[in-house]
Each structure stands twice: as structure tokens, then as C-alpha cells.
Design a protein around this ligand. Sequence first.
Ligand SMILES: Nc1ncnc2c1ncn2[C@@H]1O[C@H](COP(=O)(O)OP(=O)(O)OP(=O)(O)O)[C@@H](O)[C@H]1O
Ligand SMILES: O=C(O)C1=C[C@@H](O)[C@@H](O)[C@H](O)C1
Length: 306
Amino acid sequence: MLHSQKLGRTESDGSLLKFGGFKEHVFVSSKLRLARPSTRTASLLVACSRNNVPASTLESGSFQAPIDEKLILKIKSQEIEPCLSGRCIYLVGMMGSGKTTVGKILSHVLSYSFFDSDALVEEEVDGTSVADIFKQYGEPFFRNKETEVLQKLSMMRRHVISTGGGAVVRPINWKYMHKGISVWLDVPVEALAQRITAVGTDSRPLLHYEAGDAYTKTFMRLSALFEERSEAYANANARVSLENMAAKLGRSDVSDLSPTTIAMEVCHFFLKQSLLNFILFALDQLTFPKAKIVSTFCIIDTYLCL
Ligand SMILES: Nc1ncnc2c1ncn2[C@@H]1O[C@H](COP(=O)(O)OP(=O)(O)OP(=O)(O)O)[C@@H](O)[C@H]1O
Ligand SMILES: O=C(O)C1=C[C@@H](O)[C@@H](O)[C@H](O)C1
């Protein structure tokens, strides 16, 4: 039985969008500036001010987002709810990519439950930590448990799930994760190594091999894992690249991107998805070729401005 958790163990131009039933990869160019709300956002802010959420609900760990960021995120989350229609959100990415931190923020604003698949595996093995499961039973045992957990989660609705960093490697796991919508948090390996070195590698058994200083060995191991896995991460429906986001927002470093800003980017992908669905539906309804062409241009223009 799965219980909703506190279990948190402790566009740039050219973002790739790949969704649901659509096989195509759509290259989108976004002019959205998250830091500067548009006129449309401002009117929504007024319209939704009674739904203001208490500050604490959008905080995760030591991160606190400015109030306007929190409001914009809340509004965006309300806009994407219909497009999600209860489907679960699976966050995938390397260890340390912020799946838990961003996932908790998203689950709060969407009023979804939050699950951490590593924590669920630990629960299944009588509370044994992931590191001890690797030590006592080996990685294949852990991977089997992880698959079982993902299978159970795939039958649920309205959950945000932070998956284990290696969950993407088994094709069977994708069968389960594709029941919902998956988002890859793509964080440069240097930033991952910095974050992980800051908190230590004790709970991360796959980082226990290389010799050298803590940052270098973490960086080396993460680089090798990323090399092996990048294709598997790309199976996700959407990719949120922190490098692209930093460039778009004019930040020199990805470490300047708050988890709330990243959660907003995830919502932004869902908004694009719902618009894209609408476009395809509308085009399907049109019978005159000329009307189709004119509408396509109008719609693409709107889409690029989103
Ligand atoms: N946007 C961010 N900026 C800076 N640090 C962050 C950001 N997001 C998360 N962190 C920090 O990075 C570390 C890892 O974050 P988190 O636990 O959310 O990652 P994860 O992807 O769930 O990792 P794992 O797969 O290993 O469980 C934490 O110390 C967290 O505070
Ligand atoms: O990247 C990985 O393979 C792992 C990441 C963690 O979330 C845990 O699932 C475990 O430590 C393995």
C-alpha cells in the first residue's frame, strides 16, 4: 500500500517538446520571460488573488521563493490542471537534479500527492536505506523493487513522483512511467557534482568508487553515468534544461535558478502541450486548405508567444 509522503529523504529558444500520443518532436521557441510577468499574467494575478497560498506551502527545504514567483506558479498550475486530467507527473533525471525539491513544490501547487520512488523501495524492504539495500542485496535486487514500485504507482492518479536516478534505464519502467507525463530535469554534471558534494555521497551508493577529492570523484562518476544514460532520459515527454533556462533568463549560472522557477518551467511545458493539442484538434476540423494555412500561421504565432 502506498502512502502519500513526507518521505523526502533526506526556453529558451529550442526546447524539445515530446508529448503523449504525438510521435513528433516539436522544436519550440519561447519568448516567455518568467522573471517579468506579462500583461496577461498580471491580469491573472488580480483575478486569482483570492487563491493566494500561504508562503510555507511553496517552500521546499531551505529554498524560499519570492511571493510573486509563488503566485505565478500557483496560477500556472491552475491553468495546467485541465491538461493534466489527473495524470501523474514523473520527474526523471540524474541524482541531485532536484526531482525531490521541485517535485514537492509542484505537488503542493497542484494539490497532488508527492512520492519518492527510492523512499517507497526503502519502505518495501523494511525501512532499509537504499545504500544498505545495494550493500546487502546488490543493485539488481534494488532495480527489481524499483520496477515493482513504479508498476504500483502507474495505477495511481494525481501524484508527482520523484524517480530514482537510474529508473530510466529499464525499458519496462518506461511502460509504467508513460501512463503519466514524464519530465526530465536536465542539470549540467558540474552543478550536480557541486550539489552532491555539498551534502555528501553516503546515501548514494553508485558514487562510492573513484579515488580523488570529493568534488572530482563525484564529477567523474556522474559524468560516466550521464554518458550511459542520456539517451534513456530523453525518453521523457519533456526536457527542462537548466542550461537553456539560464540562458533565456540571462543568468550566468544554473545555480541561480530557484526550484520554484524550475517548477514554473515544468508548468510551461504543460501549457504548451495543451495549446498544441488544441491546434491539432482545430486544424483537424478545418476542411478548406486556404483556411488551414491561414489558421496554422495565426496559431503558430500565438504558440511562439506563449
Ligand atoms: N534549483 C536548485 N538550486 C540549488 N540546489 C538545489 C536545487 N534543487 C535542488 N537542490 C539541492 O540539490 C540537492 C539534491 O536535490 P534533490 O534531493 O531534490 O535531488 P534528487 O534529484 O531528488 O536527488 P536523488 O535522485 O539523489 O534523490 C539537495 O541538497 C537540494 O537542496
Ligand atoms: O542514479 C542511480 O542509479 C541511483 C539514484 C538514486 O536515486 C537511487 O535510486 C540509487 O542510489 C541509484
